[in-house]
Design a protein around this ligand. Structure first.
Ligand code: ATP
Length: 258
């Protein structure tokens, strides 16, 4: 397994944001994490990336290391995060933003990242960002900027990419493009993707498996066909909906009853 989380709990003071969460992530899969607002999804990501520390264990790459015991920089060489359209502002060019992804390989005050330029060039090439590389980020559309954030995470040379609501502000076509890109990276770069997704239909169409969180607890983890059911939508999302197979790919498709 690429990730094995065991008994991960996290409290913000009185609030139990995560309660004894255990799950496994298979290498090369696209695992979607779904759940209502406040269910613990972002807290889980912060525990995986070492921003928050828990008493459980999050083993990496066939238990070769325990992420819960590593510092953030070491984790960042293994796991890259693609955030929601970030607040990153300033006079940065696309290339400079992608170069920021090299920080886990750089020591303070010393440019000792010999491979950095080569990796950044490869990423720009892979994501066909050549024509944008000298543009300022403020001159990009939302979809283009999101791709730059994927590129920045890839410059970390991660084995796992986490998409943290990375498509929430994008229109349907650009959201689909980002998930297609994730699938492509899984195939070409042999990485694994964990994606927090609010749009349940997108989650059902693209993910190999879905994990449902509610009130800080893991409710289920399974294939979309088993997860996206009328009962789950009613119980967890308080949503009355019809679920039908998508006629094209047979994945479950949700039609809210309004
Ligand atoms: N910094 C914080 N201090 C105190 N409580 C917090 C903090 N961050 C999150 N929480 C609480 O922890 C719980 C889980 O929050 P979290 O942000 O992980 O949920 P989420 O599933 O990512 O939500 P959303 O879908 O709205 O982004 C919520 O009850 C939230 O209010």
């Amino acid at each position: 397994m690429i990730i094995e989380a065991e008994q991960v709990s996290y409290n913000y003071g009185e609030i139990n944001a995560l309660e004894n969460i255990s799950f496994e992530v298979k290498p090369g899969e696209l695992l979607g994490v779904i759940g209502p607002n406040g269910s613990g999804k972002t807290t889980l990501v912060k525990n995986i990336t070492g921003i928050l520390k828990n008493n459980g264990s999050i083993y990496f790459n066939n238990r070769s290391s325990n992420l819960s015991e590593l510092n953030r920089k070491t984790v960042a060489r293994k796991i890259g995060v693609v955030p929601q359209m970030s607040q990153l502002k300033g006079d940065f060019t696309v290339r400079e933003v992608i170069e920021m992804g090299r920080y886990p390989y750089q020591k303070k005050f010393k440019d000792n990242d010999n491979r950095g330029k080569e990796v950044v060039n490869k990423v720009i090439n892979k994501l066909t960002l050549e024509r944008f590389e000298d543009r300022f980020i403020e001159e990009l559309s939302g979809g283009e900027f999101q791709k730059v954030l994927v590129a920045r995470a890839l410059a970390q040379e991660p084995e796992v990419l986490i998409f943290d609501e990375a498509t929430s502000h994008l229109d349907i076509n650009h959201s689909i493009d980002i998930f297609k890109l994730a699938k492509q990276l899984i195939k070409d770069e042999k990485i694994t993707v964990i994606a927090i997704i609010h749009d349940l239909n997108l989650a059902a169409q693209f993910c190999d498996r879905l994990m449902v969180l509610n009130n800080g607890k893991k409710i289920a983890i399974d294939e979309p066909e088993k997860i996206i059911t009328q009962n789950m939508l009613a119980d967890i999302f308080n949503l009355e909906a019809i679920v039908q197979p998508n006629p094209v790919n047979k994945r479950p498709y949700i039609i809210p009853v309004v």
